[in-house]
Each structure stands twice: as structure tokens, then as C-alpha cells.
Design a protein. Structure first.
Length: 318
């Protein structure tokens, strides 16, 4: 009997479910009771894969429940599934149709099943996510301060002070938690030996990119989303673009590459050379992100710190 592929369209309040081969549909509430009912239904089926979209966190409880029940699942980028829907002429959009599209996507594309992090890693992911939120609030408040009138300036300044203290506490907690693990501590220290790589990028990679050091340079670039994709057709040559991947990692990598173009001799020379060749600064910076990621990947793979004369890194930095 053929295994079943299932799509789950997730909203804040509901889970719309569709099977591909059996052409069945269900609807459950997106809460503990509804998730439990869905898991019960899925356990009665021979599941090949359950596919759902990343929905800003609403998918997380179901993902944990599926993992606990040992039911294979994948969380995919909504852009991929919308492109798939257009390609298969599913242009209408309702929760039921979306669930069917996801089931079809699971059967046709067969995305790689996802492995959830362990409890300790999930806690670290929550801490670093909170750090990003605090940084965003700090940036917003500092921008507001410049335009604020006197009656509210004092309140904004007080909030900035509060957020600054919270950020310092988060960084201290994060640093301590990472250094409690010998494996994470080694990666964390190795990464920070690279000029331009600070605690933020090092922590982000250790927590949210555990694959670094275990994949080749093409695979890791594609995973992060810094591998430019061609947009060519016939004689037309479009601009190569980057998208997808892990935006949180890419954002931290961008800031590190920006610093590295000033303080890392290899990245600085590479950036200047690309600009001299007529490359746009943004394109040159993306290339620097790619190069920096490749270097860090090799360092973790071979357990070597940053050194200009390190044989493992010479071919990557020349």
C-alpha cells in the first residue's frame, strides 16, 4: 500500500489538513486538543511525510507533537509552495485548497524531513530570538529619540537604558550557556578568532547553523541563502539574486562581513578588488559574506583557528 503524503495549512486558530492519495480532508483547532486529535488520525495512517509552511511560529506546537509521535514532517518556505501552486495552476487560495497544495507538494517535491533540536538547543534558540527582539526595539527607540519632542524624550531615554541592561543580561546568559558545552565552546571560540566575527555572529552560528563544518562550501552557502541564483533565459542574462535559506543567520553574517571589509585583511582586499572591477558594492558585500562563510566552514571542519598562513585556509584566502 502506498504511503500517504499530508498537507497541513496552519492559521492562528485552525489546522486544515488534506491527504494526497486518499483525497481526504479534516479541520482541527490549533490548540492542544486539536493537535492531539490530528496526531491520532495520522497515527492510523502510513505516513510518508507531513508538510506545513513556516507561519511565524504557529507551526511550532504541531511540529513538536509530530516529532514526539515520530511522524516524519517538513516545514517549508511559503514562497516555494506558492510557486508550486502557480506551476500546477492552483491559483485560487483558501485554507482547504492550500492544504491540498501542500499534500501535492509533499508527494511531488519530497522535501527533506526535519529533525527538531534538543531541549537545550531550543532554549538557546529562544534566548537568541529574544536578543534579536531587544536589538530591534533598541534601534527603534534610538531612532524615535532623534525626532521626539521634549515631553517624551525622558521616557524614551529611560526605555533605552532599560533595554540596554536587558541586552547585556541576555548576552551574559547566552555566553555562559554556550560555554557550558565543550563542543559549542570550541566552535564559539574558533569563530571569534576571525577578524570581523564577534559574539553575535558566533552565537548565531553555533545555535542556528549547527551544520557549519559538516557540509561542503556549496551546500552551506545554499543552506544560509548566500548562493546567488541565476535568472537567465535564452540570450537574456538577468541579475543573480539570493533568497531563501536562514534569514537570521544571513542577517548576522551581513553585519560581520560589513565589519570584515574594514578590519579583516583578506576580506578587505577581496572587497576592494571586486569594487575595482566595477562590481556594485552590495554585490561585492554578498560575495564577501559567501567568502567569510566558506572560511568559517573550513575552520570548523578542520578545527583550526584563523591564521593567514594556515594551510587549510590558504586556498580559500588567496
Amino acid at each position: 500500500m502506498e504511503k500517504e503524503n499530508v498537507g497541513v495549512d496552519i492559521s492562528k486558530d485552525a489546522l486544515d489538513v488534506a491527504s494526497y492519495t486518499g483525497n481526504k480532508q479534516w479541520r482541527f483547532s490549533n490548540d492542544d486538543r486539536g493537535i492531539s486529535q490530528l496526531i491520532g488520525v495520522l497515527k492510523e495512517m502510513d505516513i510518508a511525510l507531513v508538510v506545513m509552511e513556516a507561519t511565524g511560529g504557529y507551526e511550532v506546537p504541531l511540529a513538536y507533537a509530530l516529532s514526539k509521535a515520530a511522524i516524519p514532517f517538513a516545514v517549508v518556505n511559503p514562497r516555494e509552495t506558492r510557486d508550486f501552486a502557480k506551476a500546477t495552476k492552483k491559483l485560487a487560495k483558501t485554507d482547504t485548497i492550500d492544504a491540498r497544495v501542500l499534500a501535492h507538494f509533499a508527494a511531488a517535491i519530497k522535501p527533506e524531513p526535519r529533525q527538531l533540536s534538543d531541549e537545550e538547543t531550543r532554549e538557546l534558540e529562544a534566548i537568541i530570538a529574544r536578543r534579536r527582539q531587544v536589538v530591534e526595539m533598541l534601534t527603534a527607540e534610538k531612532n524615535r529619540l532623534h525626532l521626539a519632542r521634549q515631553p517624551v524624550k525622558e521616557a524614551i531615554s529611560a526605555h533605552i537604558d532599560y533595554l540596554g541592561k536587558e541586552l547585556a543580561g541576555i548576552d551574559s546568559n547566552l555566553n555562559g550557556r554556550i560555554k557550558e558545552s565543550p563542543v559549542r565552546r570550541e566552535k564559539y571560540d574558533l569563530l571569534q578568532s576571525v577578524p570581523g566575527v564577534g559574539p553575535n555572529l558566533a552565537a548565531t552560528i553555533v545555535i542556528e547553523l549547527p551544520e557549519l563544518g559538516n557540509l561542503n562550501k556549496k551546500q552551506i552557502a545554499a543552506l544560509v541563502g548566500v548562493a546567488p541564483l541565476n535568472r537567465d533565459s535564452g540570450s537574456k542574462r538577468g541579475k543573480r539574486v539570493i533568497w531563501g535559506g536562514r534569514p537570521q543567520v544571513r542577517s548576522a553574517l551581513y553585519m560581520a562581513a560589513l565589519v570584515a571589509t574594514r578590519f579583516n585583511p583578506v576580506i578587505k582586499e577581496f572587497y576592494v578588488r571586486l569594487c575595482a572591477l566595477g562590481k556594485a558594492k552590495k554585490i561585492a558585500l554578498v560575495a564577501c559574506m559567501h567568502k567569510l562563510l566558506t572560511i568559517m566552514n573550513a575552520m570548523l571542519k578542520h578545527h583550526v583557528p584563523w591564521r593567514l598562513n594556515e594551510p587549510v585556509l590558504v586556498s580559500l584566502t588567496s
